[in-house]
Design a protein around this ligand. Structure first.
Ligand SMILES: C[S@@+](CC[C@H](N)C(=O)[O-])C[C@H]1O[C@@H](n2cnc3c(N)ncnc32)[C@H](O)[C@@H]1O
Length: 223
């Protein structure tokens, strides 16, 4: 079975120019000096030792390297993307590292995932944020595409940032409505197309909006 760390090692071999950054990111990890009754993985962010409890039962109960990369970016780019007092939602939060780091950086975080992983997520989030954060993160169920409007009505849930680490699977399809305002957005679509097939569902020049369906290029069949 592919593990998060084997995938990371393979990727760093294929992109040597990224080695330095990848090394700095992976240096965030630390290991327990004494083996106790509970196993956990350690990560250092915001000068704090964060302890993450994992389980091999579900994908969401393992911490995937994408989460460490996103946390490193958020901490390293606080000046540009200041999360203080910002409304943030994390999709597929898993073991909660991104939620924890965003909360330590001052955000009001809504941390979401499938019902089965919420217990472990809540445990990790509470254990690592209690007494360290301005806002207590909210852990709640969000199944992609199901009752999103009812559970997160637009009028009351306006998020400044949506965060997601490693949530696109081989079979995941993305419905993506895009308003084109500036040239850089066109180049984003070009770059996106290098990795994803893109089907244009709507093209509405009068509104400057396109709706796309996207799926990963390595997926063999298109449903
Ligand atoms: C590969 S894990 C990544 C977890 C975490 N973001 C990380 O990087 O460590 C994918 C996450 O998406 C969640 N997930 C999968 N399908 C989902 C769905 N339909 N609705 C909500 N969450 C889902 C899983 O429970 C899991 O936590």
């Amino acid at each position: 079975m592919e593990t998060p760390s084997s995938k990371a090692t393979e990727d760093s071999k294929t992109k040597p120019e990224d080695a330095e950054l990848a090394k700095a990111i992976m240096a965030r990890r630390f290991h327990p000096s004494v083996i106790g009754p509970e196993t956990w993985e350690g990560y250092i962010f915001s000068d704090l030792k964060i302890r993450i409890k994992e389980s091999t039962d579900f994908y969401g109960a393992v911490l995937w390297p994408s989460a460490i990369v996103l946390c490193h970016f958020l901490e390293a780019n606080q000046d540009k993307y200041n999360l203080t007092d910002k409304n943030v939602i994390e999709l597929g939060a898993g073991t909660g590292l991104v939620t924890i780091v965003s909360s330590l950086l001052g955000a009001k975080v809504t941390s979401t995932d499938l019902p089965d992983v919420l217990g472990n997520l809540e445990y990790n989030v509470t254990r690592n944020t209690k007494g360290h954060c301005k806002y207590i993160p909210l852990v709640t169920e969000l199944i992609w595409g199901e009752e999103v409007q009812q559970r997160f009505p637009r009028a009351t849930h306006c998020f400044d940032y949506i965060l997601a680490a490693d949530v696109v699977y081989e079979n995941t399809q993305i419905f993506w409505a895009m308003r084109f305002r500036l040239d850089p957005e066109n180049s984003f679509v070009d770059r996106f197309q290098q990795r994803f097939h893109l089907e244009e569902l709507y093209d509405l020049p009068s509104l400057s909006i396109k709706l796309y369906r996207a799926w990963r290029k390595d997926k063999r069949t298109k449903d």
